[in-house]
Design a protein around this ligand. Structure first.
Ligand SMILES: Nc1ncnc2c1ncn2[C@@H]1O[C@H](COP(=O)(O)OP(=O)(O)O)[C@@H](O)[C@H]1O
Ligand SMILES: N[C@@H](CCOP(=O)(O)O)C(=O)O
Length: 323
């Protein structure tokens, strides 16, 4: 579920009235998502034609200071022909507003659905759009440090502690040292831009094989572009539990990326380690969330072992995973 806050019809209507988008027709809570409350909003629109939007209330995890970075990034990328939703600014020009003590933003609604089992054709297009996004983001004026880099993964796992990790799965404590080794060998100085860093299939909207929207930029940061490709590879080219690698999907993703932005030799040789770091990033956040979420909570906990299997795959396969 992902509507943590109930808003009355009156409150919603008053909020929508702060934007030049017509009057509220309906607002429906969206079940998908974990971090924020989201509503699909329909209004009477401006030229007698109804219009749809996503209203997001930022509930947790997102620092208010980071919101201008995320919301301005959407506008920058949309203005550079990337399929991302624009931020709707209110009548005073603000990209977000405060409702009680929480920030809310109105975002353009994009059509499309998220695929559960991506095909190679879909992966190729996602790769190409990711590379276009990286190129377009080079001109974005702001930067944001990656606060979930390899050192942080290692620290988060260490802070979870061996005893707690072994309660999730006995294989996890051994990863504390492995995470630190990845961090120690992390390649520095790779070409960077603003990256999405969480481009899972549920953050991509598709119409048939075409990408109609990249959404959920709330982990976006300035970091190595090849790392973003590694995250996307780990997210797209495996069965959900990480037990099966789909080489046709993985190859198509990288081919699509390189059709727009070829990797440098240095980036290519770094891919196996970047993919291990990407796997570790989701192992550590999932392990932390697992221990932080009561077993009877309404949010479904994500299993860190899904990414332990990916990590083992990348360690075993090395460069051949990206051949
Ligand atoms: N701009 C958009 N256009 C269409 N649907 C969207 C848009 N933004 C979000 N959604 C829908 O809302 C759901 C949750 O959004 P998301 O940003 O992923 O939430 P969370 O950050 O809580 O994970 C998505 O799975 C998608 O169905
Ligand atoms: N993609 C991450 C979870 C991030 O949550 P999101 O709902 O904000 O996309 C994972 O699979 O662990």
């Amino acid at each position: 579920m992902a509507v943590y806050t109930q808003l009355s019809a009156n409150t919603l209507a008053q909020l929508i009235a702060q934007y030049d988008v017509g009057a509220l027709v309906f607002a429906k809570g969206i079940a998908e998502g974990i971090s924020n409350s989201n509503w699909l909003v329909e209004t009477t629109g401006r030229a007698g034609k109804s219009a749809r939007f996503i209203l997001t209330m930022y509930e947790r995890r997102i620092a208010l200071d980071d919101l201008p970075f995320f919301l301005d990034l959407l506008d920058h990328l949309a203005a550079h022909d990337c399929p991302v939703p624009r931020t709707i600014h209110d009548r005073d020009g603000a990209s977000y507003r405060m409702l009680d003590s929480k920030a809310v933003a109105l975002i353009e609604f994009l059509p499309g659905i998220s695929v559960d089992e991506p095909t190679p054709a879909q992966a190729r297009n996602v790769g190409a759009v990711l590379a276009r996004m990286h190129e377009a983001a080079k001109g974005f004026g702001s930067t944001r440090a990656n606060d979930l880099g390899p050192e942080v993964s290692a620290r988060v796992l260490a802070e979870c502690g061996e005893a707690a990790l072994s309660q999730i799965n006995p294989a996890l404590p051994a990863l504390i040292d492995h995470a630190q080794r990845i961090a120690d060998g992390w390649p520095m100085g790779l070409p960077s831009s603003v990256i999405h860093s969480d481009l899972f299939p549920d953050n991509v909207l598709m119409l048939d094989d075409e990408v109609s929207g990249l959404i959920d930029f709330y982990f976006a940061c300035t970091d190595a572009m090849a790392y973003d490709l590694a995250v996307t590879h780990a997210a797209w080219a495996f069965s959900a539990d990480g037990a099966r690698y789909y080489s046709d999907v993985g190859s198509a993703l990288v081919e699509g990326y390189e059709s727009v932005r070829p990797l440098t030799a240095e980036e290519r040789s770094a891919m196996p380690l970047l993919a291990q770091g990407a796997s570790m990033r989701f192992i550590s956040s999932r392990a932390f969330d697992w221990l932080d979420t009561p077993a009877d909570a309404m949010v479904t906990r994500k299993d860190p072992m899904d990414f332990v299997r990916r990590l083992e795959f990348y360690r075993r396969q090395g460069q051949t995973a990206f051949a």
